[in-house]
Ligand binder design. Structure first.
Ligand code: SF4
Length: 472
């Protein structure tokens, strides 16, 4: 049994290394961070080998942040390139099993910290690399050989990052010509149920996982190689509604995996029974009622959205494995889906994106809309967003007039109903005896009595509400 200088256990998964207790920070918002898994020929892998390119742990200065890239090579009879993403998704779990080492995010925005206590127990990243590879080979036995290279040299990290971005792009493009209707089976993943117990991740050709790491091909490869593992197949069943992407098989699995919390998941809907959001989504969508549009903010964006909220606050409201109407977590590749929130207007409903995200996905934004979608450079609050959309004649603006007309019609109907209800009292028939005030019935505008209250453009926050029957 190999000895490691720190403890290894799933119980360290939720451990946070705070700034005060941190020896060094690797990657993260102030630097560059990458993780990548590549399938390779068995002969090309030196099993258990750890290579460090750049300063090792003992050469690092306490309290500093360093660029960081980790490239794992895996080999085995059953290992194929379609498994790379699925294996890569487990890097987060296995690193977090190591005491005093914190790992957040994935792919090209990895953020790690090594605690002072753990750094005091080792001079090098080598035992850490060996521990992570031991966990991989124990938990995923189809990996027969594995080696890792850690890069801390800035120029090398930049080089690895550039190359990796092309690899991620090619992986995401694999589902480009495959549609939900072309397959009978979707895939599910329960990995995030460890912290979001009711989360039900459904991966279809037209909908990548919200962490962005698992597409339909990855789900298929994972379910094939490890049928008892966290990724599994879902018979999609009968199509109930093509627009929203509602299938009987998906509804059945939603009910089962959420322990009855949800009975429906509509894959391409933003408002009605949307996909659950666990917390590791790459992007979060948020409804902006004042313009009836949807904005999206990515994890890397540090600023505020026009509703005055930043990514982390929105992520806190959205995550936990719930269906939160008005918020939706997605993977970046879902923007490329022809079914992208098609039940709620698709791109015509998108009104705001951070400039960095808009630039990143520019090729998938319809050409006639690209200049009509605001960024933080055009709108920082609701008023400026409204003005921008009007100025650019965004398609959502046309719906405002229709909605206003509808509102006016409703108001007129209500006024007529009030007048009709009040009319007999205002125009009593000849000989009618006005009843005494005390015995007058309460005026009603509803068919079955009671009153109707309409709130317009109102924000209501209720901490606790008790409704009880009044005993006479
Ligand atoms: S977001 Fe979904 S697909 Fe990604 S790891 Fe979590 S459960 Fe799995």
């Amino acid at each position: 049994m190999v000895e490691f200088p720190f403890e290894i256990s799933p119980m360290f998964e939720g451990e946070r290394v705070r700034k005060e207790g941190m020896f060094v920070e690797l990657g993260g918002p102030k630097s560059l961070g990458l993780e990548l898994v590549r399938a390779a020929d068995m002969d090309a892998i030196e099993d258990d080998k750890v290579t460090i390119v750049g300063p090792d742990l003992k050469e690092m200065e306490e309290g500093k942040t360093y660029p960081w890239a980790m490239v794992f090579n895996i080999g085995g009879e059953l290992v194929e390139p379609d498994l790379e993403s699925v294996v890569e998704r487990r890097v987060h779990d296995f690193i977090n099993y190591c005491q005093g080492i914190m790992h957040l995010n994935q792919r090209y925005d990895v953020w790690m910290r090594v605690s002072k206590d753990t750094a005091a127990k080792m001079d090098s990243f080598e035992p850490f690399g060996k521990a992570v590879m031991m966990l991989f080979k124990t938990e995923l036995p189809f990996i027969e050989k594995m080696q890792v290279t850690f890069y801390t040299d800035k120029a090398e990290v930049e080089k690895q990052l550039e190359a990796a971005k092309e690899i991620f792009k090619a992986r995401d493009a694999r589902t480009k010509d495959l549609r939900d209707e072309d397959v009978d089976v979707f895939y599910g993943c329960t990995l995030c149920q460890s912290f979001a117990p009711t989360n039900v991740c459904v991966v279809s050709p037209d909908r990548v996982s919200l962490c962005g790491a698992i597409n339909w091909f990855d789900g298929r490869a994972a379910a094939k190689v490890d049928p008892e593992g966290p990724q599994f197949s879902i018979e999609k069943g009968e199509l109930l509604d093509a627009k929203t992407g509602e299938y009987t098989g998906v509804n059945d699995i939603a009910k089962k995996l959420s322990a009855g919390e949800f009975d429906k998941i509509k894959l391409h809907s933003f408002f009605d029974s949307p996909h659950t959001s666990c917390g590791c989504f790459e992007v979060v969508g948020f409804y902006i009622p004042e313009v009836d549009g949807i904005g999206w903010v990515n994890r890397e964006y540090q600023g505020m959205a026009p509703n005055g909220i930043g990514f982390s606050t929105m992520a806190g409201q959205t995550g936990g494995g719930k269906q939160i109407v008005g918020f939706l977590g997605i993977g970046v590749a879902y923007f490329y889906s022809p079914k992208f929130i098609q039940a709620d207007g698709g791109w015509n409903r998108v009104v705001w994106l951070p400039a960095m995200l808009k630039e990143k996905i520019a090729e998938t934004i319809p050409a006639d809309l690209i200049d009509k979608i605001a960024t933080e450079n055009d709108a920082t609050d609701i008023q400026s967003l409204k003005a921008f959309l009007q100025d650019k004649n965004h398609p959502i603006v046309a719906t405002w007039a229709a909605a206003e007309e509808e509102e006016e019609e409703e108001e007129e109907e209500e006024a007529e109903a009030v007048a009709a209800a009040a009319a007999p009292m205002m125009m009593p028939a000849a000989g009618f005896q006005m009843p005494a005030m005390a015995s007058m019935p309460m005026m009603s505008t509803g068919k079955a009595g009671g009153i109707k209250i309409t709130f317009k453009k109102a924000k209501i926050s209720i901490e606790r509400m008790v409704i009880s029957e009044k005993k006479e």
